[in-house]
Design a protein around this ligand. Sequence first.
Ligand code: ADP
Ligand code: ADP
Ligand code: ZN
Length: 214
Amino acid sequence: MGKKTKLMMLGPPGAGKGTQAQRLASRMGIPQISTGDMLRAAKKSGSEMGKKAAEYMDKGHLVPDQVVIGIVEESLKSPDVADGFILDGFPRTVEQAEALDSLGIKLDAVLNIQVDEDVLVKRLGGRRACLTCGATYHVEHNPSKEEDICDKCGSETIQRDDDKPEAIRTRMGAYRGKTAPLIEFYRERGRLYDFDGAQSPDEVTAAIMSVIEE
Ligand code: ADP
Ligand code: ADP
Ligand code: ZN
């Protein structure tokens, strides 16, 4: 069997989906499709869609399915995805997963990263994000070389509005209620691979690479 190149990251907020998706994208030379990054870019641009989405995101609620499905459908039409892609943060509901099916997209592997909730809350509380390139840092575990400055692109890093305690609780609830059912959805289809996200970033990447290249 050849390399797996149509990939999806699955896991609760803070599991390391974005961190791993960025590493896989650069190693494999395929694009990361992050709905969170695209929605934050829309918010920053001040577009109507961005303003609407921000009302949900900043409180930690999921953005309505139709909006997110529309964005992903657009990205999957791009010629960049011909050799594969890494979906990061989509699908997040069974409705979104069914929409992906109806687009005729068959994923090669769903990479399910699991981490205990108490660890997640600490990771999200210390996360700093670059809104320009999507890189993330952690004030203790993975600080940028210069405080508040992105190593990759030199922009300022910030604490996201939804990385504050109340929004974190809401997001965990949305994950448990709406996203966690996707674990069984994809396990039944034989596409799911489990990873222990409490390991170091390098260990998680190595475990994922061994599944993708098998
Ligand atoms: P997600 O995209 O799943 O929400 P991120 O990749 O943004 O998660 O990671 C959340 C936070 O945890 C970030 O601050 C990141 O630097 C940190 N982090 C990511 N992976 C690990 C890991 N394996 N161990 C410790 N901290 C991590
Ligand atoms: P995290 O990395 O912490 O899991 P993301 O950056 O993926 O968070 O997403 C941030 C926010 O953007 C979500 O809390 C939600 O409001 C919105 N969002 C991102 N992807 C989706 C999606 N597939 N469906 C609905 N809302 C989404
Ligand atoms: Zn950056």
